[in-house]
Design a binder for this molecule. Structure first.
Ligand code: GNR
Ligand code: NI
Length: 175
């Protein structure tokens, strides 16, 4: 098992479109295990493969309080989304420290494959519905800040680049 590096906005690699998973093999199981470890360590409630620079349709989620309810979604599709929308204050491991309201369907029905390639369907509401949609956006190359106004997005971009520069500076000062 290993902790993977999480790409940070505005890294252009976060905008790559993920391809479907076709091989349900040992490598996939290892990747799922590493993504789960990375998500728990962060800590976060979800992680899309795109965030660790693997551009395949693979998502891990655990919205439980106890961190023992790992859910894996491979090649996920939204089968149905409710008319009803809800605004949730979202955050993202690729945009640390930023939280803002995003409006999305309150409930979704999803079809996906598990790690063995077996299909399942799930009806989600609450945080799970938010998280599935947030992660599926990552697979399409979309980060939640793209729902915010251009002004907010530019402020976030500037803040992220400034923090990155500051970290670089501290790293080189320590050497
Ligand atoms: O850890 C996370 N928390 C979160 C909170 C509200 C809405 C979405 C999320 S997902 C996020 C982890 C992450 O960045 N997944 O892509
Ligand atoms: Ni995210």
């Amino acid at each position: 098992m290993s902790i993977l590096n999480i790409l940070r906005y505005p890294d252009p690699r976060l905008h790559k479109v993920a391809k479907p998973v076709t091989q349900f093999d040992e490598r996939l199981k290892q990747l799922v295990a590493d993504m789960a470890e990375t998500m728990y360590e962060a800590p976060g409630v979800g992680l899309a493969a795109s965030q660790v620079d693997v551009h395949e349709q693979l998502v891990v989620i655990d919205v439980s309080e106890t961190n023992d309810q790992l859910q894996v979604f491979i090649n996920p599709e939204i089968l149905w989304a409710s008319e009803e929308k809800k605004v949730y204050d979202e955050g993202c491991l690729s945009v640390p420290g930023v939280y803002d309201g995003v409006e999305r369907p309150a409930e979704v029905k999803v079809r996906a494959l598990d790690v063995d390639g077996k299909a399942f369907e799930l009806h989600a509401d609450g945080l799970l519905a938010v998280c599935i949609q947030h992660e599926m956006d990552h697979l399409k190359g979309k980060v939640f800040v793209e729902y915010l106004s251009p002004l907010k997005r530019n402020r976030i971009k500037t803040k992220m680049l400034k923090e990155e520069r500051e970290e670089q500076r501290q790293r080189s000062a320590r050497r």
